[in-house]
Ligand binder design. Sequence first.
Ligand SMILES: [Zn+2]
Ligand SMILES: [Zn+2]
Length: 360
Amino acid sequence: MKGKIAFIPEGHKIDFFEYDVPQPVPGGLIAQVTQTNICGSEVHMWKGEFGRRGIMPGHEMAGSIYALGQGVTKDWAGVPIKEGDRIAPVYYTVCNRCENCVDGNQAGCLNRVMGAAHPDKPPHFTATFATHYFVKPDQHFYRIPDNVPDLIAASANCAMSQVFWALDRGRLTYGEKLLVLGAGGLGLHAMAIAKARGATVIAIDGVDLRLAQAKRFGADEVIDLRQDRDPKARQVRVRELTGGKGPDVVLEVAGIPEAFIDSVNLVRNGGRVLELGNISGGLTAPIAPSMVTFKSIEIHGIATYPPHYLKKSLDFLSAHINRYPYLELCDAKFPLSRAAEALDKSERREVTRAALFPAQ
Ligand SMILES: [Zn+2]
Ligand SMILES: [Zn+2]
């Protein structure tokens, strides 16, 4: 059995490689990828923001169990599984032994392992723009609840779990005000979770489709970036909507350095800033550190999530599947072979979340 997997050697170029699908190792499994999403980080890759060595795209997926490794009878929540069952894997492994893991912040694991640098390296299938995916023995995966379609489950193992963890790290609680900068996949998932836990949600974006989606995913108020271009005007508007104080928590998922500056400016004195969107090392932002000092704010940087948050996300989806229009979250579908076109459209923000289907 042959499988295919993609590689981005440089900005705006994608190659496909073919290899024999490997056997699962004891304790692990091989998944057949049924759907993989284009996440913000793939768009950064597509723009060439990840250096010159190239990169393997794809980490959000839903799939079915193609082959079970020896001894694997349950998922990481203890739910019995068999070949053919639908699963979502966490796209990295953590050590559970380092200082951060022991401290309960496995998202900050010092020994986190992601996929390989190039698909040539066996077992080849360590990223998800592919027909198959190699799940390692220490890699968490969970059975997808029956009422959650693949189309929705695929974003649980990145965007959704990451914001779920971020809101917990930021201690967003009932009755608080959350400001979300950026109404893409991360932002919309955050709005839904925040709303469900009783927060008031304000969203800022500059794209009609995304502003409309924000409202449907729980935003109580939306601010159109195009109408309040000046940061000062935005600050006035945000103050108006938060009783003159500013939001308790700001979630930065717009992914541009200016949005980080906005977060620090907009959060209330003593509030919490959650920085998720900026992931490109070459981009910088001028900021007055005294703002952090005098406002007495907390800034949490969050990449990834403790693996068990994927289970929380899948359970949340199962419980709220009819409350939010999750099915519309993926607004564009392409066969995997047309990944370049899908990435172009994502870069131009013509689509919010594109899904790729390896089987087509
Ligand atoms: Zn992602
Ligand atoms: Zn660790």
